[in-house]
Design a protein around this ligand. Structure first.
Ligand SMILES: C[C@H](O)[C@@H](O)[C@@H](O)C(=O)CO
Ligand SMILES: [Mn+2]
Length: 596
C-alpha cells in the first residue's frame, strides 16, 4: 500500500488501459491500441481537470507505460504505480481482455473499472468478468458502464460515465488522503460526550489514521517557554486586532473584566491558535533547539477538549476553533484545519470526510433545538414559508466555537449566490465580508468561567447543505447518517427572538431538510433520528459522495435522503441482496475495515 505518510502528500491515481493480448494475422491487439490508450488519456484528463487535493493542487494521475494484455504487463504496471505513490487505480478498456490476468491485484488500492459501451468489441463483457473476479477474490471494485452505445471511434466520455468516474475518484482520493495522517486530540474526554472518548481502533482500522494525543498543558508550556514564532504571533495579533471585532452588546449580564484583563485574554487566545496550528502540522520557524516541536503531529484533523477543566480556568479556544475551521486567517486564504470543539472526534472525522470531498470549510454544531411551525408562530407570530414550511419547521444548529466563519454565507459564487467555497477561490472581499459579519463576544461566564471570546454570526443565506455524523454503535461498529437540506434565512426579528432564548453570543444557523420518507418526513423526524448531539455541516448536497466514500471505507450508511439512482458503491454490493440499505450493512460487515 502506498501510504501518504505526511501531511501535504496526496494519493496518486493510476490508469490501467487493458487490452486483448491477441496479435496474429488480424492484429487484434494492434487494432485496439489507440482506442484503449485513448480512453486512458481521456479519463486522466477528466480527473486532473476537475478534481483537486485539499491543498488546491490538481489530483495527480499517471498512466501505465503500455496497454496491459497479460499478467506480466499487469505486474510491470503495478511496480510503476507502487513507486509513484498510487493508492487508486482506474482500469479502462473498450474490448474483451483476460480478467484475472490483467486485474489490479493489490489488496490496498481503491479500484474502479470502466468498460466502454461499444458493440464492435465487448468492453462490457470484460467489465463484468473482471468484477466477478474481484467479487470472488474479496476485492471490492466500482464498475462504470455508459448507458448508451458509443461508436468505436467516439473518444468522448458520456456525462453519466463522467459523473461516475469523478464520484469514484473524488471519494477514493478522500479515503486515501487520510492514510497515515493523524487525528490530534488536545485534552481528552469532554463533559461525557461519547465522541470525545476517542476510539483509536476506528481511526486506525477504518481510516488508516493514527491518533495522537497531547495534554492541554502543552499550550501553556509553549507559551511560557516561548515555543512559537514571535514574528508570526505578532502578525496574528495585529491581524486579529484589526479584523476580529469584539462586541459586548450581545452579552447578557456577565462578569465584565477590566480592559487590561480583556486585552490579556485576547492575546492568550490568539497565541493559543498560533500554537495549535504548530501542533497540527509543525513549524520550521520555531526557535533554535525546538526541532522536536517543529515536526508537529502530522494532523489533518483534531479536537480540543476545552470544557470543562481548561475553560473553567483559562480563556476558551473558540477563537482558535472557529478560525482554524475557516478558510482564512492572518496568512490570508488557506486550507481549513478540521477542528472539533469538545474533542468530539466522531464529528471531527465527519467534518474531515466532508472537507476532503468538497475542499470547503466545515460547520461544527450542536443539533440543538427543533422549532415547529406552530412553536415559531406562538413565539414570534411568524408563519413559516418555503422549504421550512414544507418540512414543518427547522432545526437550530449552534455551538460555541467551531463553526467556520465562512458559514455566515457572505462569500459569493461566480453567479453571486451565497456559498462556502474552496480557499483558493476566496477573494479578499469574501474574506473581509465573512470577518465583518462576525463579532467576537466575551465568552459566557456561566459556561466559560475562564473567559475568552466566542465567534458570533448568523447564516444569513439560504444555501444547499448536507449535515452528517459518524456514530459508533456497539456490536455494529461505525455508521454514518446524513441529511441533505438547506440553511434557512429567517426575518431578522424572528432570528433574534429565537436566538435570544439560547446562546446569543454563538454562531447561529437555521437548517431544514429536504423532506421525504421515514426519518425525513419532517424536520422533527430528522432531529428525532439524529444519533448524537453534534452534526458536521458542509456546503452543497454531497450525500452521494459521502455514500461512495463510506462504501470504500466499509462504513454502512444508516440514514440518508439521496435518490437511489445516485447511489454508487462497489459492484459486489449487489451480491448482498437487492435492498440498498441491507446490502450495504451486509457487505461492510463481510469485508470489514480496510486496514485491519
Ligand atoms: C457550553 C455548553 O456546555 C455547550 O458546550 C454544550 O451545550 C454543548 O455544546 C454540548 O455538546
Ligand atoms: Mn456541543
Amino acid at each position: 500500500m502506498a501510504t501518504n505518510r505526511y501531511v501535504g502528500e496526496y494519493p496518486v491515481i493510476g490508469i490501467r488501459p487493458v487490452i486483448d493480448a491477441r496479435r496474429g494475422p488480424l492484429q487484434v491487439r494492434q487494432s485496439l491500441e489507440e482506442q484503449t490508450m485513448g480512453m486512458a488519456h481521456a479519463a486522466a484528463k477528466l480527473i486532473s481537470e476537475n478534481l483537486r487535493y485539499s491543498n488546491g493542487e490538481p489530483v495527480k494521475v499517471i498512466i501505465a507505460d503500455t496497454t496491459i494484455g497479460r499478467g506480466a504487463e499487469a505486474a510491470k504496471c503495478a511496480d510503476k504505480f507502487k513507486h509513484a505513490g498510487v493508492d487508486i487505480t482506474l482500469t479502462v478498456t473498450p474490448c474483451w481482455c483476460y480478467g484475472a490476468e490483467t486485474m489490479d491485484m493489490d489488496p490496498m488500492t481503491i479500484k474502479g473499472v470502466w468498460g466502454f459501451n461499444g458493440t464492435e468489441r465487448p468492453g462490457a463483457v470484460y467489465l463484468a468478468c473482471v468484477l466477478a473476479g474481484y467479487a470472488q477474490k474479496g476485492l471490492p471494485a466500482f464498475g462504470i458502464y455508459g448507458h448508451d452505445v458509443q461508436e468505436a471511434d467516439d473518444t468522448s466520455i458520456p456525462c453519466d460515465v463522467q459523473e461516475k468516474i469523478l464520484r469514484f475518484a473524488r471519494a477514493a482520493v478522500a479515503a486515501a488522503t487520510m492514510r497515515g495522517k493523524s487525528y490530534l486530540q488536545i485534552g481528552a474526554t469532554c463533559m461525557g460526550i461519547a465522541g470525545s472518548m476517542v476510539n483509536i481502533d476506528f481511526f486506525e482500522e477504518y481510516l488508516g489514521m493514527r491518533v495522537e494525543s497531547v495534554d492541554e498543558v502543552e499550550l501553556l508550556r509553549r507559551m511560557n517557554e516561548h515555543i512559537y514564532n514571535e514574528d508570526e504571533y505578532q502578525r496574528a495579533l495585529a491581524w486579529a486586532k484589526e479584523k476580529c471585532k469584539i462586541g459586548f452588546d450581545k452579552n447578557p449580564e456577565f462578569v465584565r473584566k477590566s480592559e487590561k484583563e480583556m486585552e490579556e485574554a485576547f492575546e492568550f487566545v490568539v497565541k493559543s491558535m498560533v500554537i495549535i496550528k504548530d501542533l497540527y502540522q509543525g513549524n520550521p520557524n520555531l526557535p533554535e533547539g525546538r526541532e522536536e516541536e517543529a515536526v508537529g503531529f502530522n494532523a489533518i484533523a483534531g479536537g480540543f477538549q476545552g470544557q470543562r477543566q481548561w475553560t473553567d480556568h483559562f480563556p476558551n479556544t473558540d477563537f482558535a476553533e472557529a478560525l482554524l475551521n475557516s478558510s482564512f486567517d492572518w496568512e490570508g486564504a488557506r486550507e481549513p484545519f478540521v477542528t472539533a470543539t469538545e474533542n468530539d472526534s466522531l464529528n471531527g472525522a465527519t467534518m474531515l470526510f466532508n472537507k476532503l470531498l468538497t475542499n470547503t470549510a466545515q460547520i461544527f454544531a450542536d443539533v440543538r433545538t427543533y422549532w415547529s411551525a406552530e412553536a415559531v408562530k406562538r413565539v414570534t407570530g411568524y408563519e413559516l414559508e418555503g422549504k421550512a414550511k414544507e418540512a414543518g419547521g427547522f432545526i437550530h444548529l449552534i455551538n460555541s466555537g467551531a463553526a467556520c466563519l465562512d458559514a455566515c454565507g457572505k462569500a459569493a459564487d461566480k453567479d453571486g449566490n451565497p456559498c462556502i467555497k474552496p480557499f483558493w477561490e476566496m477573494t479578499e472581499k469574501d474574506v473581509d465580508e465573512c470577518l465583518k459579519a462576525t463579532t467576537w463576544c466575551a465568552a459566557d461566564n456561566g459556561y466559560f468561567r475562564g473567559g475568552g471570546f466566542s465567534s458570533r454570526f448568523v447564516t444569513e443565506a439560504a444555501m444547499p447543505v448536507t449535515m452528517a455524523r459518524l456514530n459508533i454503535v456497539k456490536g455494529v461498529g461505525p455508521v454514518l447518517q446524513l441529511v441533505e437540506g438547506w440553511t434557512v434565512r429567517l426575518p431578522d426579528e424572528v432570528t433574534d427572538t429565537l436566538w435570544k432564548r439560547t446562546d446569543y453570543t454563538w454562531p447561529c444557523t437555521w437548517f431544514t431538510p429536504r423532506v421525504g420518507e421515514g426519518p425525513f418526513k419532517s424536520a422533527y423526524d430528522v432531529m428525532n433520528n439524529w444519533g448524537a448531539n453534534h452534526g458536521a455541516i458542509s456546503y452543497g448536497h454531497i450525500g452521494a459522495d459521502l455514500i461512495t466514500l463510506c462504501s470504500i471505507l466499509r462504513i454502512p450508511v444508516c440514514m440518508h435522503n439521496v435518490p437511489e439512482d445516485k447511489i454508487f458503491r462497489p459492484a459486489c454490493w449487489n451480491a448482498y441482496g437487492m435492498d440498498k440499505e441491507g446490502q450495504d450493512y451486509r457487505a461492510c460487515k463481510a469485508y470489514g475495515p480496510m486496514y485491519k
